[in-house]
Design a protein around this ligand. Structure first.
Ligand code: M6R
Length: 619
């Protein structure tokens, strides 16, 4: 939510900031802006609603050789989407510009105080209060030997702030410096040669450096071209831990694909392979994970697992419930992180908590994880983003290794979470009653999954034709039973997210208890019908919908002898993976493709759906 990039160094800052903003657009795309500082003139602030390209056009009209600058791409929280509310925001004395990701909860009190001190405001944002507060402290702050007055004014301001922030500030009196700080919103420093950068995500500066320091909450950093130093907001010095980023920038490029969502859907065979690589133990027919940091003896004591997540990650948690209860016979609870955090649920002492989050930065999930850890529960995470806050703060975890996911709609991250949940279930199951033979069957099936996914991807043309046929509808229903129910919810979520079609997912048997009232010829239903014991019941549910003139798309891996070609208006036939553990992934891919092609048919901005942002770092 909101992306920040700052640059200080020997190169021209403007183009580097613009390039960084484009890489962070997935974090918000309501407006964009830059503040450039070359020491010779006033701060140059250019900002505009819409994409960073519009700021690029403004930059071309203003020749500027600044070597220091900050920039921002916005997901609006306080104040409408207008040029005036776009970041950067300046202090009313014109000395400071600030870019901010997060929410200043007490901004109205700060604003009232500063208005009393003669500072004025032009926007409706909470962030402008912070710009003026820094100016206020700077004006009061005496020059002291061994202290940087700029850093001190930011640090002291933050002591008065309630809420969350990832921020970067420039000061007209200190043209070769940027001060940044973080609490609750991610921020990292990219360390270069004669240049340093600050950003919400390493993707912004990977073209310049792979050396990175992730800031922790409550830290303040001061950057100059040659150096950087970190303290806490309480002025304690911090010894930075430098890391090397593993992935490279090409992985975040579109290549031959039209959209990141398309690219990421088609990357799934590779992503699943990467998630599983080196994680099977053949001699024991189980899974193994390097970073769990839990002794088998302790895991054996576990008598409940709680899975927490939001959005698509929450739906992965729902599938995990089926896997863990089925293969490990351990009772599972699934909860939205945002509910768990405040519900104060009484949990048994032998409860294991798993947080699932692609970004590793979703604030609801991060705070739920902290709450579970504070209460002393063993808390593990499944996350894709190395160096993310959830990855750094957990007791142990599993990386998804599915590469950067840029499109707002989660696709490859979801299926790789499903595979890892299946492997966790296998791992816990083999510590209990899951037999060697059953464990072997699951691990063999999972190994063949990437090949089956490739076969499903080969159905893309057929699915695109169906999408074109159904793209004009304004309501759709997705139906499934058992572990297909969360996939029905995911199908509906994908569709509403990127096509703006009103879509609902229901447990198929629940239909006749109310939702069936929605069915008519203007409301198609998409049934997820795996072979197995629920098949006859699902086919009855299909009949109930068709009897009420509801068009039906049926997705199945059952043979024609069990699901005839006239069982529905349209049928998508999937390969039979040969093991039920594969079904959640194999049935996900067609609903992803369907949503993608419907969005294409409607001419919508697939990767940047309205009102959304990839990483949700506000509560
Ligand atoms: O990064 P996370 O996995 O924690 O994100 C959770 C949700 O915000 C995310 O899955 C969201 O629902 C996606 N846009 C769904 O496509």
């Amino acid at each position: 939510m909101c992306g920040i990039v700052g640059y200080v160094g020997h190169q021209q800052a403007g183009p580097i900031l613009l390039e960084g903003l484009k890489r962070l657009e997935y974090r918000g795309y309501d407006s964009a802006g830059v503040a450039l500082l070359d020491g010779a003139e006033d701060l140059l602030v250019l900002k505009k609603t819409g994409s960073p390209d519009r700021v690029g056009a403004l930059m071309r009209q203003h020749e500027n050789a600044a070597h220091t600058g900050i920039s921002h791409t916005r997901w609006a929280t306080h104040g409408e989407v207008t040029d005036r509310n776009a970041h950067p925001h300046c202090s009313s004395d014109g000395k400071f510009a600030i870019v901010h990701n997060g929410v200043i909860e007490n901004y109205q009190a700060i604003r009232r105080f500063l208005e009393g001190q003669g500072y004025s405001f032009v926007s409706e944002t909470d962030s402008e209060a912070l710009a003026n507060l820094i100016a206020y402290h700077f004006a009061k702050e005496p020059e002291q030997p061994g202290k940087n007055r700029f850093t001190e004014s930011v640090r002291k301001s933050l002591l008065h702030v309630d809420g969350t922030y990832g921020l970067a500030v420039v000061c007209i009196d200190r043209p070769g410096e940027i001060v940044g700080a973080r609490k609750g919103s991610p921020l990292c420093v990219g360390i270069g040669q004669g240049e340093n950068m600050i950003a919400s995500d390493v993707a912004a500066f990977l073209n310049y450096t792979r050396r990175v320091v992730y800031l922790d909450d409550g830290q303040v950093v001061t950057l100059s071209p040659q150096d950087y130093s970190i303290t806490t907001v309480y002025d304690e010095s911090v010894a930075p831990v430098e890391r090397q980023v593993e992935w490279n920038i090409e992985e975040a490029d579109l290549g031959a694909f039209a959209h990141y969502m398309e690219k990421e859907i088609f990357e799934q065979p590779k992503a699943l392979e990467n998630a599983m690589r080196g994680r099977f133990s053949d001699d024991c027919s189980t899974a193994k994970f390097g970073g769990l940091n839990v002794e088998p003896r302790e895991l054996r004591q576990i008598d409940r697992v709680v899975f927490l997540g939001q959005g698509t990650a929450y739906l992965a948690c729902m599938v995990a419930e089926y896997f863990v209860e089925r293969y490990a016979r351990i009772p599972v609870e699934v909860e939205y992180s945002s509910e768990f955090r405040y519900r104060n649920a009484p949990l048994d002492k032998n409860t294991l908590v798993f947080v699932i989050s692609q970004s590793g930065e979703t604030l609801d999930s991060l705070e739920a994880m902290r709450e579970a850890m504070r209460k002393g529960y063993r808390t593990l995470a499944i996350t894709n983003t190395v160096g993310s806050t959830i990855a750094r703060e957990n007791d142990g975890g599993i990386y998804q290794h599915c590469g950067p996911e840029i499109s707002v709609a989660a696709t490859k991250s979801f299926t790789s979470q499903l595979v890892l949940c299946a492997m966790v279930a296998l791992f816990l199951g083999r510590m209990r009653d899951l037999s060697y033979a059953e464990g072997r069957a699951i691990s063999q099936a999972l190994r063949h999954l990437p090949g089956h996914v490739t076969q499903v991807l080969n159905l893309a043309e057929h699915i695109q034709k169906l999408a074109a046929k159904y793209a004009h509808f304004e309501d759709m229903i997705f139906l499934g039973r058992q572990d297909m129910y969360p996939i029905a919810l995911e199908g509906a979520l994908k569709l509403k997210e990127i096509t703006y079609i009103h879509a609902e997912g229901y447990q198929a048997a629940e239909m006749k208890h109310g939702p069936i009232a929605l069915i008519n010829e203007r409301c198609p239903s998409i049934f997820l019908v795996p072979r197995g014991e629920s098949l006859p019941k699902m086919l009855s549910n299909v009949q109930e919908v068709r009897a009420r003139k509801g068009p039906v798309i049926l997705i199945t891996n059952a043979p024609e002898s069990e699901v005839a070609n006239d069982a529905a208006e349209d049928i998508i036939r999937l390969p039979d993976g040969g093991h039920e553990v594969l079904d959640p992934v194999l049935f996900t891919v067609p609903v992803q493709l369907f949503a993608y092609y419907v969005a294409l048919a409607r001419g919508l901005p697939v990767d940047k759906p309205r009102n959304l942002a990839k990483s949700v770092t506000v509560e």
